[in-house]
Design a protein around this ligand. Structure first.
Ligand code: NAD
Length: 295
């Protein structure tokens, strides 16, 4: 293992993983070995300087530190511990850094099973947009030991501008799930109030501008409200309702495991379930305003 200049692996090259992998390939001096089930995603990062691999096993054989950016916990478990996974084909001592958003209990379970086989694991979910992934300005929330955090921090800095150690394994996911839950709840609350304001005779533009000067201001108001709900622009290939439902499912499970009844999270979940049922689930998630503002 090259401690000072490790060979990197990257598995999962989608909306977020593709640009994150491209940033590592551009900034790291050793090779970056990449894999995705989707051939066109693999092709894009190989043009950005990564070495295209044909399987998880090929990445495992070549890399010292492997990053994952996968849809959720089921895929992370399969890629780490499945029959063709990293633990089967990698060298003990390999480090796995999971940038995906997953459940807390499952992150801790995967970490424990990997540790029993001699592998190190950190959860490092990311926040912000695809644009931030492209610019290398993500916020990254890490759950790891102090020693592992020190090892992976220079590599995370290729992808993020705000990186925080949140605690031991799983604590990165705790913070990420709470962040996203607050965003989803707030988006639903803002969508309702925007429609109320418009129907009561106030232009949405005026409402948002004036509230942004008051104590109702927020990041969600300025970002999701002003940039998406106001112009009713909800692109696909951004962050769709099924991903919001995935994160809310993990968050509700976490709250209940802590003895807290997450009533607001469950209301927000109803909106995203309704978006999928109404056929607008592929749109950027603030599109739930279309359910409230039915013409
Ligand atoms: P995505 O669906 O665009 O990408 C996931 C990629 O993983 C796909 O290219 C898919 O082919 C690949 N994949 C799935 N299973 C695989 C397997 N077994 N082996 C190899 N490749 C496999 O998703 P995304 O939007 O890039 O999100 C990735 C993670 O980041 C998710 O956990 C998501 O919750 C989180 N996230 C997304 C955003 C966002 O704005 N999109 C923001 C922050 C965090």
């Amino acid at each position: 293992m090259q401690q000072d200049n490790p060979a990197i692996g990257f598995i999962g090259l989608g909306v977020m993983g593709g640009p994150m992998c491209a940033n590592i390939a551009a900034k790291h001096s050793a090779k970056v070995y990449a894999f995705d089930m989707n051939a066109s995603a693999l092709d894009t990062v190989s043009k950005a300087g990564a070495v295209a691999c044909r399987s998880v096993a090929a990445v495992a054989a070549a890399a010292d530190i492997v990053f994952l950016s996968l849809p959720g916990g089921a895929q992370v478990r399969e890629v780490c511990l499945g029959p063709d996974g990293l633990a089967t084909h990698g060298k003990p001592g390999m480090v796995i850094v999971d940038l995906s958003t997953t459940g807390v209990a499952e992150a801790r379970a995967v970490a424990a099973e990997l540790a029993a086989k001699g592998f190190l694991f950190a959860d490092a979910p990311v926040a912000r947009t695809r644009e931030a992934a492209q610019k290398g300005t993500l916020s990254i929330m890490v759950g790891a030991t102090d020693a592992l955090y020190a090892r992976i921090l220079p590599l995370l800095a290729y992808m993020g501008s705000d990186i925080a150690l949140c605690g031991g394994t799983g604590c990165g996911q705790v913070v990420k799930l709470i962040n996203n839950t607050l965003v989803f709840e707030h988006t639903a609350a803002l969508a309702e109030m925007l429609v109320v304001g418009e129907r009561a005779g106030v232009k949405a533009e005026t409402l948002l501008a004036v509230v942004s000067n008051g104590s109702g201001d927020s990041f969600v108001l300025r970002n999701h409200g002003m940039k998406a709900m106001l112009p009713r622009v909800f692109p696909e290939q951004a962050f769709p309702a099924p991903y919001a439902l995935k994160d809310l499912g993990y968050s509700i499970e976490l709250a209940e495991s802590c003895g807290v009844e997450p009533r607001l999270s469950k209301v927000a979940r109803q909106y995203f379930e309704a978006a999928v049922e109404a056929g607008i689930g592929a749109k950027y998630f603030p599109a739930i305003i279309e359910l409230i503002d039915k013409k």
